[in-house]
Design a protein around this ligand. Structure first.
Ligand SMILES: [Zn+2]
Length: 437
């Protein structure tokens, strides 16, 4: 049994003062506002529920500062990303992911959704252990102290019209969806790790293969994620080949629903939005990546109004800061509409916490309440960024990852006073990334 005393804590979207949080066996057992307890671990500042990073490609962290000043488009950026993908093996990927997930822990992320498609060796032949790369990611999350949902991605073709994988893409592919299911079924979950499914996109999985992946996820009650309409080019190619939008093609295959999450959903028709909302398909926005790649601004408010729960991901890890992702959802809407006030602060923090956890299959996380997983993220209110701000949800507009002082995951302290308890994060990032270039 552990006891934490939070100077302020976010309970049901509002800040309460002097909150005693009791924890036993990784779960919150009692939450008492207005309490005092001199023996409890003191958490000065504002304590939030654990943040969920619902869309990650861990290896993209090695691109930070190396591609972000470039010109060109998403497609030219992708060529550089592929060159990096070609160099990773299970050992180097473990080292890079461990450091990247530790950076996430420092930022208050208690659970990551890893959208994983680097399955095989660079020639496309499987490793002796066919899930060596996925296992490296699961072990990396354990070492960093956070939970993971490994969203194992089916990736079969290089274009909507079915061109085969070539060059660096060969290692992504399993040949067809049934071979993907055979491999994915052998990935071992763990107490900190769930296994979910992913359809890379309609570019990478032909329409006649989609239902196999969707059914596999549905039979297991596992989350299903897919990239959707991030680029207009994807929509154009899909319309030309199928005469349907990517959303319609996925809907036809039974891939939409409350356990499904569409990532990006930037360029949608009105009907696409209705279809996603009516089926309660979640949408994971990745605003810092979308702006870096010049993708465009997704229709966040319209999606939420249509019925799609919104969550957030740092995707390419140009930035790992869920506060920045969350406030950008509102700020981008302001730029587009020339009007303020589309999302309130509590709604933005819900996207970063409970909605993200739910999209990753952890329905019992992301709130500070009895019975929930004991994930606590304390934000300093005495830094140069946060000094003088009110202790409340609006902190999302001023705080950043650097203001996270204390992180508890499943009742275990992972970050104390802004320092990871077992990993020298900057040194490990430098070492693991330096080895790749
Ligand atoms: Zn992605």
């Amino acid at each position: 049994m552990n006891r934490y005393w939070a100077e302020h804590a976010l309970l049901n979207g509002a800040a309460a003062q002097g909150v005693l949080i009791e924890v036993d066996d990784g779960r919150i057992t009692a939450v008492t506002p207005g309490a005092s307890d001199r023996d409890a671990v003191r958490l000065p500042g504002l304590t939030l529920p654990g943040l969920a990073n619902a869309h990650s490609h861990a290896f993209h962290r090695a691109l930070r500062g190396r591609t972000h000043d470039g010109s060109g488009t998403f497609w030219t950026w992708r060529d550089r990303m592929y060159a990096l993908a070609d160099r990773l093996d299970p050992d180097s990927y473990y080292a890079l992911a461990r450091a990247t997930y530790a950076e996430m822990a420092l930022a208050g992320v208690t659970c990551v959704g890893e959208f994983h498609y680097l399955h095989h060796s660079p020639t496309g032949s499987p490793y002796p252990l066919p899930n060596a790369m996925g296992s490296a990611l699961i072990q990396a999350a354990a070492a960093a102290g956070i939970r993971i949902t490994l969203l194992d991605a089916c990736y079969l073709t290089s274009s909507v019209d079915g061109k085969p994988l070539a060059g660096p893409q060969r290692r992504f592919g399993d040949g067809n969806a049934s071979r993907w299911t055979a491999r994915a079924a052998t990935i071992e979950p763990a107490p900190h790790a769930k296994i979910g499914a992913a359809i890379h996109s309609v570019r990478a999985v032909p329409a006649d293969q989609l239902a196999t992946v969707a059914d596999w996820a549905a039979e297991r009650g596992a989350p299903l994620h897919f990239h959707l309409s991030e680029q207009r080019g994807e929509n154009d190619a899909c319309l030309e080949f199928y005469g349907r939008t990517p959303t319609e093609v996925l809907a036809d295959a039974g891939a939409l629903g409350p356990a499904s999450t569409a990532v990006h959903a930037t360029h949608l028709t009105d009907l696409d939005r209705t279809e996603l909302g009516d089926t309660e398909t979640a949408v994971c926005l990745c605003p810092t990546t979308e702006r870096d790649l010049a993708d465009g601004i997704g229709p966040a408010r319209a999606l939420a109004d249509a019925g799609s729960p919104l969550c957030l991901g740092s995707d390419s890890h140009a930035v790992i800061d869920l506060f920045e992702e969350a406030r950008t959802v509102e700020l981008d809407e302001r730029l587009r509409t020339e009007r303020r006030g589309h999302f309130d602060a509590a709604e933005l923090l819900r996207a970063a916490s409970s909605a993200g956890h739910k999209a990753l299959g952890w329905d019992d996380a992301g709130v500070i309440a009895p019975g929930a997983r004991a994930d606590l993220v304390t934000v300093r209110l005495d830094s140069v960024r946060t000094a003088g701000v009110e202790a409340g949800p609006a902190v999302v507009f001023s705080a950043g990852a650097a203001d996270v002082s204390h992180v508890v995951v499943d009742g275990r302290v992972i970050v104390r006073d802004g320092v990871h308890r077992s990993i020298d994060v900057a040194a490990e990032l430098a070492r693991s990334i330096g080895a790749l270039w």
